[in-house]
Ligand binder design. Structure first.
Ligand code: NAD
Length: 456
């Protein structure tokens, strides 16, 4: 029987409590060979698709759906030159991967990062298909990005890079076809430049050029509540699932890895519900304070200084001290594959709430599950962002503007329903929550394929 239906006493989780159907260490799928996947077990794309295939096997998904979902429909790569402020030219590389559109237009963020690769973008696009299906928004999955470090460029250079990238992919996106959004390194200002550039290309602009992208500033077609949406969804999921492990937000301590959009909003909203944040890390350093770190004050510090380093109301600490800090909830909200075996061994928590996409490797997750730690999977936990992106798109298309109360209430409904569908699948298949969330997502996709069929 799963631990969620029989909650363990706080900190009394035992490995013997773990669900019967936890992914085995040697999980391999014939599909990997059939489709020529990379053999490296540390490859992110292999890992993310592997988790889905494990769930697909458990629920006996037909073979044709497994192969369709194991690869994206389209992988677009562009190279484009941009004039720098010193008069020189640089060539940039951009991506847009369109994974699946069985349930609606492709949807997913744009990552601006110097280390972004095709496999990362493919993995993130795949996760978007699963996430949109799980949370019940009528979209498929996509993802894109530019290989660029936004911190190295002035605002004028970034504007040229973003507008030129938009021109390069303009014929591959559209309000009814593929709708990007922000991700790591991209901001609402970047989204505004994309929407504006797209609107200028009138032959592809159509009637709702704004709706080609979400995460825009509220003054230019954005939705109230979008900026905080992913963090809000993380906390909505926690509020829904904490009682199953005998926890309440007001009694919780927590730590956060990554204090950007997702990490800072998760921190602020969870703190406003009474939880106490006691350790934080980002690319600039690690800090902790047993008395509590005020998430609002830290957020203002990060805004001003670019990172958590130097925040006076907490002590600097080492990576080991950060991970070993005993908390109820640990929220990874930075990049992929950061919770590997060593980090999982150090973590001392009851719940890992994945704010980031794919932050936990399969090897890391096995250790967490063996330690009796619940992992709230990313496709459930961080689905708040795409859900409010969907609300923004609906508002653009209907020329409406919803108030924050309406947005928050509608978001909560989607999160609660997605959590309930995940729990139902967990109960039925006696599996870990990640597998259950994939099963719930795959059930919806399978129904769509069943009635649509495969043309011709
Ligand atoms: P962001 O750029 O606002 O923040 C990223 C954070 O990660 C920063 O605090 C940065 O310092 C930290 N970081 C980067 N490298 C690090 C390292 N090596 N060690 C420690 N910290 C490091 O990005 P974001 O929008 O908050 O996205 C974070 C994660 O959440 C990503 O996985 C993203 O795909 C996912 N996500 C974002 C949204 C959204 O709406 N923004 C929605 C769903 C999922």
């Amino acid at each position: 029987m799963s631990r969620v239906s029989t909650p363990p006493a706080k900190s009394a989780a035992k490995s013997s409590d773990k669900p019967k159907n936890a992914p085995s260490k040697d999980f391999k799928s014939l599909i990997f060979d059939e489709l020529g996947f990379q053999s490296d077990p540390n490859n992110l794309y292999r890992q993310t698709v592997g988790s889905m295939l494990y769930a697909a096997d458990l629920m006996k998904l037909p073979h044709y759906l497994k192969i369709i979902l194991a690869q994206p429909k389209n992988e677009i790569m562009v190279h484009f030159p941009v004039k720098m402020e010193d008069g020189s030219f640089r060539l940039f590389k951009g991506y847009r991967v369109q994974h699946n559109n069985a349930l609606g237009p492709y949807k997913g963020g744009l990552r601006f990062h110097h280390d972004v690769h095709l496999d990362d973008v493919k993995s993130l696009a795949f996760l978007m298909t699963m996430k949109c299906s799980l949370v019940g928004v009528p979209y498929g999955g996509g993802k894109g990005g530019i290989k660029v470090n936004p911190r190295e460029h002035s605002s004028t250079e970034m504007e040229r890079i973003v507008r030129r990238f938009t021109t390069a992919i303009a014929h591959q996106i559209g309000p009814d076809y593929d709708i990007p959004a922000p991700d790591v390194g991209s901001t609402s200002q970047h989204m505004a430049w994309i929407a504006d550039t797209y609107a200028f290309l009138s032959e592809v602009g159509g009637n709702n050029p704004n709706a080609v992208i979400t995460g825009k500033p509220v003054g230019y077609g954005g939705s109230l509540g979008r900026e905080k949406a992913t963090g809000q969804g993380v906390v909505d999921t926690l509020v829904e699932l904490l009682p199953a492990v005998n926890l309440k937000p007001e009694n919780c301590t927590f730590s956060v890895l990554g204090f950007g959009n997702v990490g800072s909003w998760s921190g602020k909203i969870f703190q406003d519900k009474g939880a106490k944040m006691i350790a934080v890390a980002d690319h600039t350093g690690f800090i902790k304070s047993a008395k509590g770190i005020d998430a609002h004050a830290l957020s203002a510090h990060v805004e001003k200084n670019g990172g958590v380093k130097g925040f006076r109301a907490a002590d600097a600490c080492t990576k080991e001290e950060f991970y070993k800090t005993k908390v109820d909830v640990f929220i990874p909200a930075a990049l992929e594959q950061m919770i590997q075996e060593p980090e999982a061994k150090m973590l001392d928590c009851i719940i890992v709430a994945e704010g980031a996409n794919a932050p936990t490797t399969p090897a890391g997750e096995r250790i967490l599950l063996q330690k009796g730690i619940e992992v709230l999977p990313a496709i459930l936990c961080n689905a708040g962002g795409v859900t409010v992106s969907y609300f923004e798109w609906v508002q653009n298309k209907t020329c409406e503007a919803w108030d924050l109360k309406t947005v928050d209430a509608k978001l909560n409904k989607h999160m609660v329903e997605a959590a309930a569908r995940t729990m139902k699948a967990r109960k039925k298949y006696d599996c870990d929550l990640r597998t259950a969330s994939y099963i719930a997502a795959l059930e919806r996709l399978a129904k769509a394929y069943e009635v649509r069929g495969i043309f011709p």
